[in-house]
Design a protein around this ligand. Structure first.
Ligand code: NDP
Ligand code: BG6
Length: 491
C-alpha cells in the first residue's frame, strides 16, 4: 500500500441520496478490497445536525449489505466524521479548515484531500471558490482534488461559466467531472475491443462500417425526479453527457499511448470534428419524444410534479457525422429514452456488405446480411458478432450465425460498480474516466442548437407508448438513409 491512496474525503452533501445510496458503498468496497489505505477519513457535511455517532449509523446502514461482518462495517464507519456546514455561509469554512487539518494530523494523511461536491449543481462553483478562498486546501504538497457531480451546466454558456469558476480555484488536472457511464466496465472495454484486436482495428472506418448505433434505453419513467428532469429532458440528462462520451470512445483515433492525457487529446479532437448543426440541421437530424399512457402506465404529463402541458423530451434520437478521414459520411445514430421496452445499453456496429457479392452474381439466392458487432454495456456485459455462413443442406443459402460472449455470473460478480472504480481513479489521480472541459464544451455546442430549436417549437406530444422503442420518427430517421435499428430486430 502506498501513501498515494491515503486521503481525507470531504463530502459536501454527506447525507444526500447519492452519498448514502452509491458513494459510501463504493468507498466501502475499495476498503474491503484493500484498495483504500487503512489511513483515511471522511468528513461529511450538511446543514441538518448529526452527531458523529448518528452519521456513522447512516454509513453503517448504507454499507451493511456489502459487509462481511458487523465489526467490519463498524471499523469502516469509525473513519467517518460529521460537520454541520452551510455552504452559503462563509463563516462555516473556518471550522471546516480546522477539522480538515485535525483529521489530516490524526490519520497522518500527508495533506491529500478529495473534495466531493454531491449537492445541487447551483452550489458547485461556490464551493470550489470558497475552498480556495478560505484556505481549506492543503498547502504542504499533498494533492487537492475536486470532484463535481452532474449536471455540468444546462447549456454551453452556463457550463462555461461554471468551468471558469472552478478554474479560478483548481487546475484542470485537479478537477474530476463525474460521468458514471465512464466507470462502466464495458464502456472502458471499447478502446480495448478496438485497439487490441488488429482485425477489428483495421476495419474501424468508413470503408467498412455502414453505421454505428448507440442505444441507452430505460424502462422506468421519471419516477420522483420531475423537478430536475422536466427542466433537463433526455437530451441534457443522457445525450449531452453519457451518450456523447460513448460516441467519442467509438469515434476517436488511436491514442499515442493509453494514458489519460493522450486519450483526452483524441476524444477532444474527434468531438471537435463533429459536423455541428444549425437549426435546419437539428430539425433534420434529431427526433424528440414524450411518453403517453398505456393500460398500466401513466403518461409523462400525468406524473407527479410534471406540468400537464409539459413539452419536455423523454426520448431523443439523433444522427451524427464527423468531418474526419476515418469517418467520411458514416452516420452514428444515437437514442435514449424513458419508459422504453427494456433497460439496457448497447452499441451496434453495422458493417457494409461485400462490394461484390459473388454468390448472388452467380444467380444464387445468397441472402447475405450485414456483419454486426454488438457491444453489450448493460445490464450484462458482452460482445457478439453476427456473420454469414452457408446453411446446412443441399441447396445454396446463407444464414446468419452469432458468435457471442456474455459475461458469466462469476465475472459479473467481480465487476466493480462505476462509482467504486471512479473513486479508485480519483485516488490514483487518473483522469481517463472523467469528462474533460473540452469534451464537455464540444458536447454542449453540439446539442445546444437542438435544445434551442425544441424550446421554440411546439411538439405533437405524447408521441410514443410505454413499452415500445420510441416514436416512429426515430425509425424514419434511419430509413431515410436506407438503414434500420438493429435492436429490437436482433434482440
Ligand atoms: P439530495 O438532495 O439527496 O442531497 C443534497 C445534500 O446536500 C444533502 O446532504 C443536504 O443536506 C445537502 N445540502 C443542501 N443544501 C445545503 C447547503 N446549503 N449547505 C450544505 N449542505 C447542503 O441530492 P442527491 O444526493 O440526490 O444529489 C447530489 C448530486 O448528485 C446532484 O448534483 C445530483 O445531480 C447528482 N446525482 C444524483 C444522483 C442520485 O441518484 N441521487 C444520480 C446522479 C447524479 P441538508 O439539507 O441537511 O443540508
Ligand atoms: C443518470 C440520469 O445520469 O443516469 C438518470 O440522470 C438515468 O435519469 C441514469 O436514469 C441511468 O444510469 P444507469 O447507470 O442506470 O444506466
Amino acid at each position: 500500500m502506498t501513501n498515494a491512496t491515503r486521503a481525507l474525503f470531504v463530502l459536501f452533501g454527506g447525507t444526500g441520496d447519492l452519498a448514502v445510496r452509491k458513494l459510501y458503498p463504493s468507498i466501502f468496497n475499495l476498503y474491503k478490497k484493500g484498495l483504500l489505505d487503512t489511513k483515511f477519513a471522511l468528513l461529511g457535511l450538511a446543514r441538518k445536525p448529526l452527531s458523529n455517532e448518528e452519521f456513522r449509523e447512516v454509513v453503517k446502514n448504507s454499507v451493511e449489505k456489502h459487509a462481511e461482518s458487523q465489526e467490519q462495517a463498524e471499523e469502516f464507519a469509525s473513519h467517518f466524521y460529521f460537520e454541520v456546514h452551510d455552504v452559503t455561509k462563509a463563516e462555516d469554512y473556518e471550522k471546516l479548515r480546522n477539522n480538515c487539518n485535525e483529521l489530516d494530523e490524526k490519520y497522518d494523511l500527508n495533506g491529500n484531500r478529495v473534495f466531493y461536491v454531491s449537492m445541487a449543481p447551483r452550489f458547485f462553483g461556490m464551493v470550489a471558490n470558497d475552498l480556495k478562498k478560505q484556505r481549506v486546501l492543503s498547502e504542504n504538497g499533498g494533492f487537492n482534488r475536486l470532484v463535481i457531480e452532474k449536471p455540468f451546466g444546462k447549456d454551453y454558456e452556463s457550463a462555461e461559466e461554471l468551468n471558469n469558476s472552478l478554474n479560478a480555484a483548481f487546475d484542470e488536472d485537479q478537477i474530476f467531472r463525474i460521468d458514471h457511464y465512464l466507470g462502466k466496465e464495458m464502456v472502458q472495454d471499447i478502446p480495448v475491443i478496438r485497439f487490441s484486436n488488429p482485425m477489428i482495428n483495421a476495419v474501424w472506418n468508413h470503408n467498412y462500417i455502414e453505421n454505428i448505433q448507440v442505444t441507452l434505453s430505460e424502462s422506468l419513467g421519471v419516477e420522483e425526479r420531475a423537478g430536475y428532469y422536466d427542466t433537463a429532458g433526455a437530451l441534457r440528462d443522457m445525450i449531452q453527457n453519457h451518450t456523447m462520451q460513448i460516441v467519442s470512445l467509438l469515434a476517436m483515433d488511436e491514442p499515442q499511448s493509453f494514458v489519460d492525457q493522450n486519450i483526452r487529446t483524441e476524444k477532444v479532437k474527434v468531438l471537435q470534428s463533429l459536423n455541428f448543426y444549425d437549426e435546419n440541421g437539428a430539425k433534420e437530424n434529431f427526433v424528440r419524444g414524450q411518453y403517453g399512457e398505456s393500460s398500466d402506465s401513466k403518461a409523462y404529463r400525468d406524473e407527479d410534479g410534471v406540468p400537464e402541458d409539459s413539452i419536455n423530451n423523454t426520448y431523443v434520437a439523433g444522427k451524427l457525422t464527423f468531418n474526419t478521414p476515418r469517418w467520411g459520411n458514416t452516420p452514428f445514430y444515437i437514442r435514449s429514452g424513458k419508459k422504453l421496452a427494456d433497460k439496457f445499453t448497447r452499441v451496434d456496429v453495422v458493417f457494409k456488405q461485400p462490394v461484390v457479392d459473388i454468390f448472388s452474381n452467380s444467380g444464387l439466392e445468397s441472402g447475405i446480411t450485414n456483419n454486426v458487432l454488438t457491444i453489450y454495456i448493460d445490464p450484462r456485459g458482452g460482445v457478439s458478432f453476427k456473420m454469414n455462413v452457408k446453411d446446412a443442406g443441399q441447396g445454396f443459402h446463407t444464414e446468419k450465425v452469432d458468435l457471442s460472449y456474455l459475461e458469466n455470473d462469476a465475472r459479473a460478480e467481480v465487476v466493480p460498480e462505476p462509482y467504486e472504480r471512479l473513486f479508485h481513479d480519483i485516488l490514483k489521480g487518473d483522469v481517463t474516466n472523467f469528462a474533460s472541459w473540452q469534451e464537455v464544451a464540444a458536447a454542449w455546442k453540439f446539442v445546444d442548437p437542438v435544445q434551442k430549436l425544441w424550446d421554440t417549437t411546439k411538439p405533437d406530444f405524447p408521441n410514443y407508448t410505454p413499452g415500445t422503442m420510441g416514436p416512429k420518427a426515430a425509425d424514419d430517421l434511419l430509413a431515410r438513409d436506407g438503414h434500420k435499428w438493429v435492436y429490437p430486430e436482433d434482440k
